[in-house]
Design a protein around this ligand. Structure first.
Ligand code: GLA
Length: 347
């Protein structure tokens, strides 16, 4: 593991960590936002390429940009009308997505400097990021201590472990917002990638992308990825949900029998043969097809990121859960330990 300086954010030093494994996989990340800066993966002929969108330097990440590579919290995804009630008290959040609150508010976990420590264990090499989100930060209750660990294993896995404790009950929903393009970042759109989702149901949304509350079957709809299907095969179909979200930007309900780690998604890029498999302990995964990328961000090596140049698989609890008592709870209580794991495995 290599650790070097990456610049400063508001006077705080920021570092760059490089993790490598025995099969030439390389992950570069920083303690600013816990951002995964690059991920080099060999293709079927052994040629490595960077498969995640992002920027060449820290300044890129400080501009207006759509959460490239970052840890998202305190609440990933949307909270309707930027408010929720907990134990009889109403809390208001920043409305940064129309009337809704998105991805933790104005300065979420993607925009803060985390403490970092390096890690080496029989599983691999890694970095431990910790952050204290103070009581009231972005409107959320409780001093929340968060720990996110990235481990790169020799089995070509990037293991993301999330842990947290709080001193007051708070909503909590953590995820990772990396945009992947398995053909290589900047090499066109992701519509030719083939996707499988282990999800028989999804949470349909209204026009502000807030779940209606229904868990709807994917059967006979363009949301059915239970068998490997090319992302672009049905994306232009005349379908209410695709029209509302301008493509795929939906939470899928992962099929699971218990709380253990289960297979959630598999993506294959036919040209390079690269395969990404995602497994998680979370109940949902937001499949986002990069609909809002519009060429305003110039990323690595001068690559302009156009619409659908990357996709995200954000493992998470369902959007707006604090306002949906029927959804799996996202409330972390002081007597509880929050633990969640997602594994991104490359083949
Ligand atoms: C998530 C959301 C999208 C969009 C992106 C960031 O994936 O679901 O609607 O906000 O983040 O642009």
């Amino acid at each position: 593991m290599k650790r070097e300086s990456f610049g400063t954010v508001q006077g705080s030093p920021v570092e760059l960590f490089t993790l490598t494994n025995a099969h030439s996989l390389e992950v570069r990340c920083t303690n600013y936002g816990g951002i995964i800066l690059s991920l080099r993966v060999p293709d079927k002929r052994g040629r490595p390429d960077d498969v995640v969108l992002g920027f060449d330097n820290l300044d890129g990440y400080l501009q207006k940009q759509p959460y490239f590579g970052a840890i998202i919290g305190r609440y990933a995804n949307r909270i309707a009308e930027a408010r929720f009630t907990l134990d009889g008290k109403q809390y208001s959040l920043a409305a940064n997505d129309g009337l809704n609150s998105l991805h933790g508010g104005d300065r979420g976990f993607d925009k803060v400097v985390w403490k970092a420590e390096h890690l080496e264990n029989p599983n691999g090499v890694g970095v431990i990021f910790t952050y204290l989100s103070k009581d009231g930060e972005e409107g959320y209750p409780g001093n929340l201590n968060v720990k996110v660990t990235y481990t790169l294993s020799d089995q070509n896995e990037l293991i993301v472990d999330y842990e947290a404790i709080t001193d007051k009950a708070t909503p909590l929903n953590l995820t990772q917002h990396t945009y992947f393009n398995l053909a290589g970042e900047g090499r066109g759109d992701i519509l030719g990638h083939e996707l499988t989702l282990n999800a028989d149901r999804f949470t349909p949304v209204d026009k502000t992308l807030i779940p209606t509350g229904e868990l709807r079957s994917v059967k006979n709809t363009p949301m059915d990825f239970t068998k490997p299907t090319v992302i672009g095969a049905r994306i232009h179909e005349n379908d209410e949900q695709l029209e509302l979200a301008l493509g795929y930007d939906h939470n899928f309900v992962i099929n699971r029998a218990g709380p253990d780690l289960v297979f959630a998604a598999r993506v294959r890029e036919p040209g390079t043969g690269r395969v990404l498999e995602v497994s998680t302990t979370e109940p949902g995964v937001q499949f986002y097809s990069g609909n809002f990328l519009d060429g305003t961000n110039t990323g690595k090596h001068g690559h302009v990121y156009q619409k659908r140049f990357g996709f995200c698989l954000e493992t998470q609890h369902f959007p707006d859960s604090p306002n949906h008592p029927d959804f799996p709870s996202t409330i972390l209580k002081p007597e509880e330990d929050y633990r969640s794991r997602t594994i991104y495995k490359f083949k």
